[in-house]
Design a protein around this ligand. Structure first.
Ligand SMILES: [Zn+2]
Length: 274
């Protein structure tokens, strides 16, 4: 049997509380809009009344009731302790008395909800504009052609020793990292070759570098974005500036040969700038 009230902090019906006299427990109204108004007034988070849920009369004011006048059965009225005092809740009555709910809870709640709704829609708007910006950025970043890539790279702040050259046939783009040789001449310390299909090869001091070296930038042998190329340039520039001892050079060369062989690739030898 239902004997408790669903309002927050209303202890009516619990055994350790003295029930005030003449307190009634009301079913939730059938009318959906009145029912929704009740739920809103009750202000319980993520809560929907169950079929057995009841709200007690402590949450209503006198004007929410009508005196029962239609019931002329005197016996029944006498059976009720209140007799003629029996009240019927108006069909459109909405509870308004929640003295035990902290003020911030009962009054701030509807406002909080609208603020939450507002921030949700604001968040949605921000997400949307972020997506638009991301989309715009990604499409701006996507390599359209080798010629376009060359233009983009020349707009970027690449290391000062970098030289971007395109083959006259236009089907290969070379990015050279230059350094001063012992006789003060310039030598190519690294080279990134990009074909018209955006397939790339990396060379460091004339040795082919396996693509795995830049697996932190991309996972295959084809560039798709300007960012990847710029990151690869930065990586190669950094790698070229690290001074390797002769032993390390030999070790590196052997390592790369081994990698190339194990992949069944032809060993590519770099023969300098074009
Ligand atoms: Zn109650």
């Amino acid at each position: 049997m239902v004997n408790s009230c669903c309002a927050i902090s209303c202890r009516l019906g619990y055994k350790d509380e003295d029930e005030p006299p003449d307190v009634m427990l009301h079913r939730f109204p059938e009318d959906a809009s009145v029912k929704a108004a009740w739920v809103k007034a009750i202000s319980r988070d993520d809560w929907e009344p169950a079929p057995h849920s009841r709200l007690c009369s402590l949450h209503f004011v006198a004007s929410d009731y009508v005196k029962e006048t239609r019931d002329t059965n005197q016996t029944r009225q006498k059976e009720k302790s209140g007799g003629l005092k029996r009240k019927i809740l108006k069909k459109d009555a909405v509870p308004s008395q929640f003295p035990n709910i902290p003020k911030y809870f009962s009054h701030a709640m509807p406002q909080q909800r609208s603020t939450a709704a507002l921030s949700t829609s604001r968040l949605a708007r921000e997400m949307e504009s972020l997506q638009v910006a991301t989309k715009a950025f990604l499409s701006a970043d996507k390599i359209q052609s080798l010629g376009w890539l060359k233009d983009q790279l020349q707009k970027e702040t690449l290391p000062s020793s970098t030289n971007v050259k395109m083959e006259s046939s236009g089907n290969c783009l070379n990015i050279f990292g230059l350094s001063h040789a012992e006789n003060d001449g310039l030598m190519v310390s690294y080279n990134i070759q990009i074909s018209s299909t955006l397939h790339y090869c990396l060379f460091l001091d004339g040795n082919s570098l396996p693509q795995a070296e830049i697996s932190h930038i991309l996972n295959n042998d084809t560039f798709t974005t300007v960012s990847q190329v710029i990151n690869a340039v930065a990586f190669m520039n950094n790698k070229a500036s690290q001074e390797n001892t002769a032993d390390e050079h030999i070790e590196l060369g052997i390592q790369h040969l081994g990698v190339a062989r194990s992949k069944g690739q032809e060993t590519v030898l770099f023969v300098g700038a074009t």
